[in-house]
Design a binder for this molecule. Structure first.
Ligand code: 13P
Ligand code: SF4
Length: 311
């Protein structure tokens, strides 16, 4: 091992030790999204997709939750656990898609479609959730729309997830024009190239991908769904059409299988802002606390709680 690597190992092991001590002292837990870097995934108490992490947060007895992900995820946790201290190690880790719709524009859309139910993807700000009837994640979007009694559904903000839902459910979907800048980087030619290189591989993609990519996939799944599917699949090789961070977990949990990213370009820079050091500083200095104003949180909680029971 090179000397620099050795030094890095020593310092990261002392950082990890200090994180463990502070977690115990402060009765804290670390939740990390599947797109976090490997070093952050490895120190998490719970690793998961948006739905799984919200469910974990809601049931946790910890006083402090350090959320390694992006801001809307920590906001959702704070909405569900108003008495807990919710921290994000990196203040600027935000999901660009969540900022593609405002509460005001959603109100205008609702006026245009007064009979429609409003389903909002959890990748939204708290004030957009407060204007919605029910939230969903990529894990339960189809189910949420399917079981609603209304035939008209305003679905915000991801136009591609909305499109995927229209292929699964016979309802009128009124989409917004948001999208994930990371998932749109995965192109049909990337899938075709990987299929050629690995002819026996299965292809699983996230429903935030563009429709021509979805059309080439064997499975369309949330990141949590991909982890479950990888475990039970008979395939020894799997091509993964989502943010590349998920491959760390897939490889660790399935050492007998091989995973290939559909595209190395599918990196979410915001998810990568959180580091081991920042997790430590977060616990040391109790920063950055995420709090949702009470009036907004009260309205948003109804939509989020409804989402938690549908899977
Ligand atoms: P999951 O809910 O599948 O983890 O997705 C979250 C997300 O941000 C996808 O880009
Ligand atoms: Fe947002 Fe896309 Fe990053 Fe997920 S991968 S947090 S949707 S920008």
């Amino acid at each position: 091992m090179a000397k620099g690597d050795q030094l890095h190992q020593i310092s990261s092991s002392s950082i990890i030790k200090r994180i463990q001590e502070l977690k115990e002292k402060k009765n804290a837990i670390i939740l990390a999204h599947n797109y976090q870097s490997g070093e952050v995934q490895d120190i998490a108490d719970y690793l998961g997709d948006s739905l799984e992490l919200s469910q974990k947060a809601a049931k946790s007895n910890a006083d402090v939750i350090v959320f390694c992900g992006v801001r809307f995820m920590a906001e959702t946790t704070s909405i569900l656990c108003p008495k807990k201290t919710v921290l994000v190690p990196e203040y600027d880790a935000k999901c660009p898609m969540a900022n593609m719709i405002t509460a005001e524009s959603l109100r205008t859309l609702k006026q245009k479609w007064p009979n429609a139910i409003v389903v909002c993807y959890v990748n939204t700000t708290a004030s957009v959730k407060a204007e919605s009837d029910i939230c969903c994640t990529s894990a339960n979007a189809v189910k949420v729309v399917e079981i609603s009694k209304e035939n008209e559904v305003i679905f915000v903000p991801d136009k591609y997830l909305a499109h995927y839902v229209t292929t699964q459910v016979e309802k009128k979907i009124i989409p917004w024009h948001g999208f994930c800048p990371t998932h749109v980087k995965i192109l049909p030619e990337h899938i075709k190239k990987q299929r050629k290189l690995h002819p026996n591989a299965e292809v699983m993609v996230h429903p935030e991908c563009i429709p021509p990519v979805i059309a080439l996939a064997d499975m369309v799944l949330s990141t949590g769904g991909m982890c479950k599917y990888a475990r039970i699949s008979k395939a020894k090789e799997i091509i993964v059409g989502t943010e590349v961070g998920l491959l760390h977990r897939l490889k660790k949990e399935n050492p007998d299988k091989m995973f290939f990213p559909a595209s190395e370009l599918a990196v979410c820079p915001n998810m990568k802002l959180t580091t081991l050091e920042k997790v430590l500083w977060s616990l040391e200095d109790m920063k950055y606390e995420v709090r949702v104003p009470q009036a907004v949180a009260m309205k948003a909680r109804k939509a989020v709680e409804k989402m938690l029971v549908i899977h």
